[in-house]
Design a protein around this ligand. Structure first.
Ligand SMILES: [Zn+2]
Length: 106
């Protein structure tokens, strides 16, 4: 709804929480493992160096839309994290929705 607010930062790796308990939880759930190359917080998007592709950006932009629909980061994240914990990253409804809106070059 407001793509002009989106900011993309290319980083060497996704930032991990400094709190050891949160860091362990993020890694144990696969939320921020070594295979993760993108992460969206509201309109802020982190992309790992070398992975700024149309499909990944379109995936993360959909997450920005999901945040807009939820109304705030605080409103979105608990639901998203609960999905990750209960059904896993791949089967989380917000992830399925984001994958369905990826744009692929063919
Ligand atoms: Zn995603």
């Amino acid at each position: 709804m407001h793509p002009e607010l989106i900011r993309v930062a290319e980083v060497p790796q996704l930032p991990l929480p400094e709190d050891p308990v949160l860091q362990h939880a993020a890694l144990a759930t696969g939320l921020l493992g070594p295979n993760m190359i993108g992460m969206t917080f509201g309109y802020g998007i982190y992309i790992c160096h070398g992975h700024r592709t149309k499909w990944l950006l379109s995936h993360e932009f959909r997450h920005a839309f999901q945040y807009e629909q939820a109304g705030s980061i605080a409103a979105f994240l608990p639901t998203y994290l609960q999905q990750i914990v209960t059904v896993g990253y791949h089967n989380a409804p917000f992830e399925i929705d984001a994958r369905a809106h990826e744009v692929h070059d063919t």
